[in-house]
Design a protein around this ligand. Structure first.
Ligand code: GCW
Length: 707
């Protein structure tokens, strides 16, 4: 009777969970397959053998048991021994070789790579999930469950997956008081009121999400770092977060303030070349590793946006990075030194000044000066996560330095999770961009992975500000960006179409109309957002000194921040040419210079990033710049309205909770797109005095323009 009662409660709870789609499970919903679809997996062994008992392997086993129960309704029997019986076998390759010498696992499996293979072992039908590291086994389990959840065939599977690069990290921007800088999904999952939270359930669930897409590290605090994070008492607290990350193979790291030796260490200096400072870092790092033996390392933002740095003592970024790197080196830790270093008091009157040049100017001269456990972390573009930027020239400018690319999952300048903006297509453009180093094909993805310049370490970092909101980022559709970042970091050669198809099936199920509509909305969303917020590479025309959200094109000008578009009565755009402009284009290899230096060659979508042109300049599209601005804004606003119509077709095809939530979001976005359209069109009309050919934009006299 008790059994019956429990069973009923369980079924009831399952139904309740399925009905209330909070988004908390994200792409790990593991919703039950139809009996028909589940039949495909009837030969999946029901016994599970785990070779080894590390925490990570145990997590892998638990995940597989959970997934099989939820997706297939099957209970996997866990067995420590490998008696001759059909089984799923989890383990690292040496253990698998010992068990089944006749199997031939892949020879050169990279760390974290995995192998999924159906094979006969001692006469039994087995499914092997093998890897070079325990962490790789978890990745193999998630990959297998993803395939089953999407109904893909696994009967004769023989698949090897290798990570493209060793660094696949996220950076959070959490402050110790629990607020998140540029966080749009609620307060911190790590900190509250100046302490580490006592309940770290969400932190553990986050680590699971990260592991499920192959992310292996997480920096838990803001790059604008509070020195207090390195107080001994705080390190003890931080270790609790590492404890909940560890079973998922996620390494913890910290952002640090370079002035810490002085501010909290009691020294009268933080000069990186002072031996007392070196000693302070060494002791501090040793202390951290006593609490967190698998600690990943530090992220450093220095001499940037008011943060102190080595320039205080006339030292270089390399001096600063290396003193910390040497403390971390014996423990295997790394330093991510951010290249986001620029002067935000630039003289805007000087047309030769250019913030875009800062990263290259500051770091290229230091190439070769960084220790081999330093990674220079470079934002995808030379300004700051605008809706469109060219790839940073610094990627090609460091041949003897490790690099990572910093991508922003958080939609700071791209609609703050209130506008739909799927960023994978944008990231792919940067990752695939050919830097033409030494006239060879050298896409950014290959450079950051260390393949072009044969660097020992490198990869991908995503700024991901998840919070306490049930759905993590504040918007269910934004989670495609977190998922997509992980998938791309693992394999940047995946297409945006494949990534969003996988995500949608896992997040919403396989309803054909839902699949078609959601994937198409996501794939179109970046261009649509761009069309009403940032025309032709001019930058996101938002309030750059305030919320980075509302339209505010005038805020870019006449201040030192350097996000200038130089719009005046005659024309618009920054002249960054070698010939007449700031010379920024000269930072690229010659093949790329050729692409951008002449307006005739430059792609329309970056024209105003590189050139100052009259409003009447004719684009490759055949339109004038001014008419393009008008048309793209009207088109963008119309297309968001059309998103609503498309979404409404999904009533009954997706669960009611998310149907209504997303509908409300799109309706809100449609209103905002009109606000943007009108603000930008009116602004540019006032500046240029050139009316809209289609007479939609009110003219000075209040009459409509010429038709
Ligand atoms: O884009 C800017 C953000 C800051 C951020 C900074 C950085 C966390 O507006 O909030 O600081 O970039 O990346 O350092």
């Amino acid at each position: 009777m008790l059994r019956f009662a429990l069973g009923t409660t369980f079924v009831f709870l399952m139904a309740a969970t399925a009905a209330a789609e909070t988004g908390a499970e994200a792409w790990l919903r593991y919703s039950a397959l139809s009996p028909q679809a589940a039949k495909t997996y009837q030969h999946l062994p029901r016994k599970l053998v785990r070779l080894g008992d590390s925490a990570v392997l145990k997590t892998a086993q638990q995940e597989l048991v959970l997934g099989a129960a939820q997706i297939l309704g099957e209970t996997l029997r866990v067995s420590e021994n490998s008696s001759p019986e059909d089984a799923i076998i989890l383990g690292t390759l040496p253990r698998i070789r010992a068990l089944a010498p006749a199997l031939h696992p892949p020879q050169n499996l990279e760390p974290d790579g995995y192998w999924l293979k159906t094979a006969k072992i001692h006469g039994s039908e087995c499914l092997v999930i093998g890897a070079s590291t325990d962490r790789g086994v978890i990745y193999g389990v998630f990959a297998l469950l993803g395939k089953i959840a999407r109904g893909e065939a696994i009967a004769d599977i023989d698949e090897v997956q290798q990570p493209f690069a060793p660094i696949r990290w996220v950076n959070q921007s959490d402050n110790l008081d629990g607020r998140i800088e540029r966080g749009y999904g609620g307060p911190s999952i790590f900190f509250a009121n100046g302490n580490v939270r006592s309940d770290l359930t969400r932190a553990s669930a986050y680590a699971r999400l990260l592991a499920s897409v192959g992310i292996n590290g997480c920096t838990i605090n803001n790059v604008n770092a509070a020195p207090g994070i390195l107080e001994d008492s705080f390190i003890a607290q931080v270790s609790h977060i590492a404890d909940v990350f560890r079973p998922w193979g996620v390494q913890l790291s910290l952002s640090v303030d370079l002035s810490s030796p002085k501010v909290i260490g009691g020294l009268d200096t933080f000069d990186p070349l002072d031996p007392r400072v070196a000693e302070w870092w060494r002791k501090k790092v040793d202390e951290i590793y006593r609490h967190v033996p698998d600690f990943g390392g530090f992220v450093v933002k220095a001499d940037s946006e008011g943060r102190l740095g080595p320039s205080t003592y006339g030292r270089t970024a390399a001096d600063a990075a290396n003193v910390i790197a040497r403390a971390l080196k014996p423990h295997g830790g790394v330093v991510f030194y951010r290249a986001f270093v620029y002067n935000h008091h630039l003289d805007w009157r000087d047309l030769k000044n250019d913030r875009a040049k800062a990263a290259y100017d500051n770091f290229h001269p230091l190439d070769g000066a960084f220790d081999d456990n330093v990674i220079v972390q470079i934002k995808n573009g030379p300004i700051d996560f605008q809706v469109r930027e060219p790839a940073s020239p610094l990627f090609a400018g460091l041949r003897r330095t490790n690099e990572s690319i910093e991508l922003q999952i958080t939609q700071e300048y791209t609609g703050q999770q209130r506008h739909l903006c799927f960023l994978v297509p944008m990231w792919k453009e940067v990752l695939d961009f050919d830097m033409r180093v030494d006239s060879n094909s050298t896409p950014v993805k290959d450079i950051v992975a260390g393949r072009v310049f044969h660097r020992p370490v490198g990869g991908f970092v995503g700024v991901a500000n998840v919070g306490m909101d049930a759905n993590w980022l504040g918007s269910p559709l934004s989670m495609a960006n977190l998922y997509g970042f992980g998938r791309l970091a693992w394999d940047p050669n995946l297409s945006a179409e494949k990534i969003i198809d996988d995500w949608t099936r896992l997040t919403f199920g396989a309803d054909p109309l839902a699949l078609k509509t959601i994937t198409s909305l996501q794939l179109n969303s970046w261009h649509v957002y761009e069309s009403y917020t940032g025309p032709l590479g001019a930058g996101t025309l938002t309030n750059i000194v305030g919320n980075h959200y509302d339209p505010g094109p005038e805020s870019s000008e006449e201040n030192g921040w350097g996000q200038w578009h130089r719009a005046d009565h005659q024309g618009i755009g920054m002249d960054r040419t070698i010939a007449t402009g700031t010379g920024y284009i000269g930072q690229y290899p010659p093949g790329v210079q050729e692409l951008y230096e002449s307006p005739a060659n430059c792609p329309d979508n970056l024209l105003l990033f590189f050139h100052h042109v009259p409003y009447t300049y004719t684009l490759h599209s055949g339109k004038t710049v001014i008419q393009h601005v008008y048309d793209s804004h009207y088109d963008g606003a119309d297309r968001v309205r059309d998103f609503i119509a498309q979404w409404k077709m999904l009533e009954g095809h997706v669960d009611d909770d998310r149907y209504r939530d997303i509908l409300a979001r799109l309706q809100y976005q449609a209103g905002e797109a009109i606000v943007w359209r009108d603000a930008i069109c009116n602004w540019i009309y006032r500046l240029s005095g050139i009316p809209d050919q289609k007479a939609r934009v009110p003219t000075a006299s209040g009459l409509q323009g010429n038709r």
